[in-house]
Ligand binder design. Structure first.
Ligand code: ZN
Length: 1010
């Protein structure tokens, strides 16, 4: 896995949402509690515990935590512990990894250390542990100068198991040649069993990076960083340039490991309510005490300043989803400060948001509103995670003729701002959003913190200091008060008078992909022609050995594991009350929300006529961004930022949990705010409901273009989701609607809109649609708030309702009956100019309450074992698996896959593997643990009760579903595989990828050009 930009600065420190799972214990209100008291008693500054000396102990009251900083005396390893009364504990070990070439060595190393270690010599212990744990998160990531290995779990035994596997992987990996060949790159016969088939490049990272750079915006971001900070490690492609990866040798990989994955270059992070002393003694006894200190020489120097700005131009492939005459990208980057200056980093983070975020931002006004481009380029904004931080402003979707205009608009905007500065309300709005994000509790707080701190701590910036958000805000306010031109001076210093400035432009050429392929072919030919007979024999041998190793039955008994009996049979009841407020059904849930109220409403859309249906996602995309009442879109956005954490609108399609032919379709509106701003928040919603401004054609056009661009960009990232949605669409009505509202169908509809000359008629239809949806007629609501504010929240809501039209109908939400839907078999190849494929096959599923829903969910997890091996390890794809969605479909998928028809055949083989009993009871137990990571996913206080509210799943149904998974036997899995997959009469298929002769000639497949 690779990441280029994990997150942005301190403003985003606690606001990033990371997908996790599994909270079984109830959260407690955050106070500096028992965990903090315990560390303060046992770890005064200066004491040494298990070889670690305590350097600093600091309470951070706004985050309800105590930070303890330690150093391992013998090796110099750095350690940060965050004590907090949170049962979801997190561990992370990270290393500063500073490659000086583009062979992708840190990235390939990240993959390879997870292929087996001294104590855990089986292949891929990391992946195997996914099935032997109840972790809520397990992953590994490579950034441009660091590599981190984080996990989270609530179980003490699980924590110890995972820590042991992680530490053994990073400090004592086997790093065998076969692992290197499998994960990195190798020459191998195209058909590994046919010696006369041509030699080709294979390897997981090799293919992964081809996939990454198939996205031209990724390419652009990479080249931009290389260009602005060229002299050291940021000047290379840390993930690996596919044309350079084949230069990497196994020896170089081992050498890189020895220097970088050493305790003297390591940072350990633990978080939660488990005792620190246990962590320290385990780490020291088993690992650190066996090392002596080295100088890892991984210091990243500051980038030498330039006396003149620089410019460069690159090419990319054409984007079939974007308008053909507006496909250029342009960005201007500025080198800023040394990242160790925490306060200046904080100031620049705020400045970055002021410049870029929301419709009031000056660059929004000067670049997006005149439609100089379709949206900001992905690297835009402040990046405070490299040795020298950078700020970038850029656009994608720019016409040739506008490139010069963009450049001067950027310069003019800075000039204007140096004169005028920013309105005080804008600054207040940004500060409010930071304060609110601090209070808004996530279910994965410890993990978010680890990921946010990793990049700056990695560069020796003080991580404890960076947590002092309130102190930084106070200091920032003081600066503004004592110097009214504080921010203007920053603009002059960092932008107008900064000669370290890099302008990059990118334009598509029609032969880009061909050229790239030619270069790869040349490289291949060069390597192949230089081979001796001996080399060839060895390649053949290695190919065979690797295949045998991949196919060999593995003994993984060396790995620690939890057991199915560790999964609780009891569930925590959802404590909610149902009330009726002015006839509208409300689910009220009292939670320790840190003084925040969460509002959620679903508005039924079943009465929307067919002709307006495609516009439902469009309405969701623009509704809160057009302005309302006496506010234009800019001032409305300002109000939203000042009073709430944002107003969200999205589509909802919920299958009935019990009746298989019914579903709910509608839109969900949701938001949260501080309790004392609830009245203001409802006033804003009332304006949206009653007086939304759906008449600004220019504004609408801008938004449509932005949405279309974002969706098109998401295709190469989420291609497997698009493929699954498309393949499931003909098998059941819920997936059919999902395809219409968020699948490829929606994507091409948005493209069509973005190219329309006159959007007037569309806007008229949108008004009609808004009139049908925005009332209290078909509304149901959930409100989560603190117990003491329960009544206040409901009273405010009542006030909001009194301003709305309509009479609440109080009908059942499942008004859609799918009698008109006829399931049928359909297989489509959607042609896109990617060098890789996304394949999917789908079958109709069963409703949530059906006794087979649990076994099907388990089956998908069980099949992952087979599919991962075939599609990733052998096939060289980035990933593959199966998903079972109750009330919708059972779908297979592959992700960034060099294969197409072969993978489609692998999906069938997975079914046969199950039917022939290719698995054992341990596999089933492991699948159960795996499924429960998501079944028991932790839920934050603001989202408590959402299973009941959004999915209509009662505690009773939930308990039954859990039981049906826990009790499932191997024969149940065989039975459901036969009934729902092999014997299914209806099947859906979708392949997203380049032209494919096999499918063109296949009478069962149709081809769609895009
Ligand atoms: Zn990777």
């Amino acid at each position: 896995m690779t990441i280029s930009r994990l997150f942005r600065g301190i403003g985003a420190l606690v606001s990033r949402r990371i997908v996790t799972s599994s909270r079984t214990k109830e959260p407690v209100p955050w106070v500096v509690g028992a965990a903090s008291e315990a560390v303060k008693a046992k770890f005064p500054v200066g004491v040494t515990v298990s070889g670690f000396r305590v350097k600093e102990v600091q309470d951070i009251s706004e985050l309800y935590l105590t930070a303890v900083r330690l150093e391992h005396v013998a090796t110099g390893a750095d350690y940060l512990h965050i004590a907090r009364d949170d049962p979801t504990n997190t561990f992370c070990v990270g290393f500063r990894t500073t490659p000086m070439d583009s062979t992708g060595v840190p990235h390939i190393l990240e993959h390879t250390v997870l292929c087996g270690s001294k104590r855990y010599p089986c292949s891929d212990p990391f992946m195997k542990m996914l099935n032997r744990s109840l972790s809520t998160f397990m992953n590994a990531m490579t950034g441009s100068d660091f590599t981190i290995y984080p996990f989270s779990t609530q179980h003490p035994v699980d924590f110890r198991n995972l820590m042991s596997v992680y530490l053994d992987a990073v400090f004592h990996p086997n790093l065998t040649e076969l692992d290197f060949l499998q994960e990195g790159w190798r020459l191998e016969h195209e058909d590994v069993n046919n010696r006369s088939s041509p030699l080709v490049f294979k390897g997981v990272v090799f293919n992964e990076m081809k996939g990454v750079f198939a996205d031209s915006q990724q390419l652009f971001s990479q080249k931009l960083q290389n260009g602005i900070l060229p002299s050291h490690t940021y000047g290379v492609v840390y993930g690996g340039d596919p044309l350079c990866i084949p230069e990497l040798t196994w020896d170089h990989l081992k050498h890189f490991h020895a220097h970088h994955y050493h305790p003297s270059n390591a940072r350990f992070y633990t978080y939660g309510d488990m005792p620190l002393e246990d962590h320290l003694s385990f780490i020291d006894d088993n690992y650190l005490s066996k090392f002596t200190r080295i100088d890892p020489s991984t210091t990243v120097p500051e980038e030498p300043g330039w006396s003149e700005p620089r410019e460069a131009h690159i090419n990319c492939g054409k984007d079939p989803m974007a308008s053909p005459d507006a496909q250029n990208s342009i960005a201007v980057s500025y080198k800023l400060i040394n990242v160790v200056d925490n306060f200046e980093n904080f100031v620049l983070e705020i400045l970055g948001q002021l410049l870029m975020s929301g419709p009031n931002a000056p660059f929004y006004e000067s670049l997006l509103e005149p439609q100089l481009g379709s949206s900001f380029s992905p690297s835009s904004g402040y990046d405070g995670h490299t040795r020298n931080t950078t700020f970038t402003v850029g656009l994608q979707g720019v016409k040739d003729a506008d490139l010069g205009t963009v450049k001067s608009a950027i310069e003019d905007t800075f000039k204007r701002l140096a004169e005028t500065g920013f309105p005080r309300e804008r600054v207040e709005a940004i500060l409010h959003s930071i304060e609110l994000s601090v209070k808004h509790e996530k279910s994965s707080f410890g993990l978010g913190l680890a990921m946010n701190l990793a990049p700056i701590w990695n560069l020796d910036s003080d991580p404890v200091d960076a947590l002092q958000i309130n102190r930084n805000i106070t200091q920032f306010r003081k600066c503004l008060e004592s110097n009214p031109t504080f921010l203007q001076e920053k603009i002059k210093k960092y932008f107008l008078n900064n000669t370290h400035k890099y302008t990059l432009t990118m334009s598509p050429t029609s032969d880009y992909e061909l050229n790239l392929q030619n270069k790869e072919n040349e490289l291949l030919a060069k390597q192949v022609t230089s081979l001796t007979e001996e080399d060839r024999a060895r390649i053949w041998e290695l190919g065979q050995t690797l295949r045998q190793k991949q196919e060999a039955k593995q003994d993984i008994s060396c790995l620690p594991t939890l057991h199915v009996s560790d999964i609780s049979r009891k569930i925590a009841p959802t404590l909610v009350t149902d009330v009726s407020v002015s006839g509208v059904p409300v689910q009220a849930c009292d939670q320790p929300t840190n003084g925040i109220t969460y509002f959620n409403a679903v508005l039924d859309a079943q009465h929307v006529p067919e002709r307006l249906q495609p516009l439902v996602p469009v309405l969701c995309g623009v509704l809160t961004r057009m302005g309302a009442g006496h506010f234009d879109f800019r001032s409305f956005d300002q109000e939203v930022e000042l009073k709430t954490g944002g107003l969200n609108v999205n589509t909802v399609i919920t299958p009935h949990p019990v009746e298989s032919n019914k579903y709910e379709q509608g839109i969900q509106v949701s938001s949260h705010c501080l309790n004392h701003k609830l009245n203001d928040m409802f006033d804003l919603w009332a304006l949206i409901f009653n007086e939304v401004k759906l008449d600004d054609l220019q504004r609408f056009g801008t938004l449509v273009k932005m949405i279309a661009t974002n969706q098109a960009n998401s295709l190469v990232f989420h291609g497997h989701r698009y493929a699954m949605t498309a393949s499931a669409a003909t098998t059941n009505p819920v997936s059919a609607l999902t395809e219409k509202w968020s699948g490829l169908t929606c994507l091409s509809y948005m493209k069509e809109l973005s190219e329309m000359e006159d959007l007037g008629p569309v806007l008229e239809q949108l008004k009609e649609l808004a009139g049908l949806l925005l009332s209290r007629e078909c509304m149901r609501v959930a409100i989560n708030s603190t117990p003491e504010y329960h009544d206040g929240a409901l009273k405010n809501f009542e006030g909001f309702l009194s301003k709305l039209d309509g009479t609440p109908r109080g009908t059942s939400p499942f008004t859609c009956v799918s009698s008109e839907f006829t399931p049928h078999t359909s297989r489509n190849h959607q042609i896109f100019p990617f060098p890789i494929n996304f394949a999917s096959k789908s079958y109709a599923g069963v409703c949530y309450a059906h006794p087979d829903a649990g076994p099907l969910r388990l089956l998908a997890r069980l099949m992952f074992k087979f599919l991962h091996k075939e599609i990733r390890e052998k096939g060289g794809a980035y990933g593959g698996g199966a998903n079972s969605t109750a009330g919708a479909a059972y779908s297979f998928y592959s992700y960034r896959d060099p294969n197409s028809t072969k993978t489609l055949a692998t999906f069938d083989a997975a079914v046969e593997w199950v039917l022939s009993g290719g698995f054992n009871e341990t596999d089933v137990s492991e699948a159960k643990l795996g499924v429960f990571q998501s079944v028991d996913a932790p839920v934050s206080p603001g989202s408590k009760g959402s299973r009941r509210f959004l999915s209509h799943i009662s505690d009773e149904l939930f308990a039954d579903h859990r039981r049906s998974i826990l009790d499932a036997q191997p024969q149940d899995l065989i039975r459901v595989a036969r009934t729902y997959l092999r014997d299914a009469s209806i099947e859906g298929g979708c392949l997203i990828g380049p032209k494919n002769e096999d499918l063109e000639n296949d009478p069962f497949w149709s081809t769609v050009s895009n």
